[in-house]
Every structure is written in C-alpha cells, then in structure tokens.
Design a protein around this ligand. Structure first.
Ligand code: PGA
Length: 247
C-alpha cells in the first residue's frame, strides 16, 4: 500500500526567522515519519527552506508554477527554475489562485503539464464553493476541474497528486464530514481509474481545516491518501500530530 502524503501549505506566511524556527521544531520532533511529508512554501523562501530541509525526510514544494516555459512573463516562475531549488511538488489550481487570480481549468491543466514536464509533481487542487454544494453541483464541479487536467495530461496522469479542498472548508474551521469527504474522493478515484490503469498509485489528499483533532478520522477513509494542511502546518505540535496520524 502506498504511504500517505501530508503536505503543508504555508500560503503567504513566514519570515526568515520564523521559517527556521518552524523547520527546526519539525525536524526535532519528526523522527522517522510513517508517511511522506512536504512543505509548500512561498517562492522567495525556497532556497532557505531547501537548505534547512537538506538530508531530511521532508520534501520541498512550491505554491504555484507558470503555465509557460520561459520568456516575457514578468513575475512568473517556471518549472525549470523550481527544479533548480530542489522542488518536488507544486500546488496548482489552489482555490485562492482560481478565485483571486482568475485561473481557469485550462490554465490549471497547463500548469500541471508544465510541472510534469519539469520533473515536478503537481498537486492539483479541486473543490466546490458553498453555493455550488448547496446547488447540488459538487460532483459536477470537481469532475469538470479534474477532467481538464486529465484531458491535457493523458497518460502522465498517474504522476499527479490530487487535492480535494471544498472551498467552504478552507481556513474557516468548517471541515467536510468524513462521509462528505470520502464520497467526493471516491468520485475522483473512479474518474482517475477510468483515465489510467495506474490510478491506484495517485494520492488524493483532503484539504480544508484539517487539524490535529480531525486528521486521524479523515485519513482513515479508504480513498483519503493524505492531507493538504494550511493553518495547522504553521504550528509545530499540530503538524507533527497530523503526520503521526497518517499511517
Ligand atoms: P486550511 O487550508 O487547512 O487552513 O483550511 C488548506 C489549504 O487551503 O490548502
């Protein structure tokens, strides 16, 4: 059975001093984790965090990657650049990018493709808003978001990670119930299986107010292969506790 993956998403938090304290605290308490662990950090801190994580059990992740390869795209960061800093994962299509930066399904699919081409595993985020859930459109929305990535990436799809993050559960303290989360994960699993014979190796993470208290129950669901953790990844004891519950 594949090991679970717990990925922290620092979002726009951190400082040189705070990052060092956080990572030293994590590495002190981590021991040999029973799961894979990654930290998706702001781009300006990739070099610092890469050095701090050297020879550790924690992988480095970015929070975004350009859909372009190279050239006149001011402010963008390419997959090849990320790779130079030891980046293994890149979030793509996080709901905050879709919402505040108007990233479409097509852009998200292109970003996933660029990441894969650069040897980086995209963590493709999908999820419905509260209005979409209340309108009974959850499955339709997540399937549409994932379909765009499958369509663009073809047989490489078994190399991605998927993160189901109901938008209404992100940073709100509201978590999807384990039944709600498992149900959507099963839908995504079936969609991946229809696209790739190797779909079983794909991690499908749950994200949205995952914390030390609810992680074990969520991670015990058959189709929940890990977590994408925002707020709780900034607190050493909470993040270590989530990692410990990912067996
Ligand atoms: P949260 O964020 O854990 O703070 O809800 C998760 C995410 O947005 O990745």
């Amino acid at each position: 059975m594949k090991k679970k993956l717990i990925a922290g998403n620092w979002k726009m938090n951190g400082s040189l001093v705070a990052n060092e304290a956080l990572i030293k605290g994590l590495l002190t308490g981590l021991g040999t984790p029973g799961c894979q662990v990654a930290l998706c950090v702001p781009a300006v801190y990739l070099a610092q965090v890469h050095a701090l994580l050297a020879d550790s059990a924690i992988d480095l992740g970015a929070q975004d990657v350009s859909e372009h390869e190279i050239g006149a795209f001011t402010g963008e960061i390419s997959g090849a650049m990320l790779k130079e800093f030891g980046v293994r994962y890149a979030l793509v299509g996080h709901s905050e990018r879709r919402q505040y930066h108007f990233e479409t399904d097509a852009v998200v699919a292109a970003k996933a493709q660029r990441a894969l081409a650069g040897g980086i595993t995209p963590i493709v985020c999908v999820g419905e808003t509260l209005a979409e859930r209340e309108a009974g459109k959850t499955e339709e929305v997540v399937k549409r978001q994932l379909a765009a990535v499958i369509h663009t990436n073809g047989h490489c799809i078994s190399e991605i990670v998927v993160a189901y993050e109901p938008v209404w559960a992100i940073g709100t303290g509201k978590t999807a119930s384990v039944e709600q989360a498992q149900q959507v994960h099963a839908v995504l699993r079936a969609q991946l299986k229809a696209a790739s014979p190797q779909a079983d190796r794909i991690h499908i993470l749950y994200g949205g107010s995952m914390n030390a208290a609810n992680a074990a129950q969520l991670l015990a669901q058959p189709d929940i292969d890990g977590g994408l953790v925002g707020g709780a990844s900034l607190k050493v004891p909470d993040f270590l506790s989530i990692i410990a519950s990912a067996l």
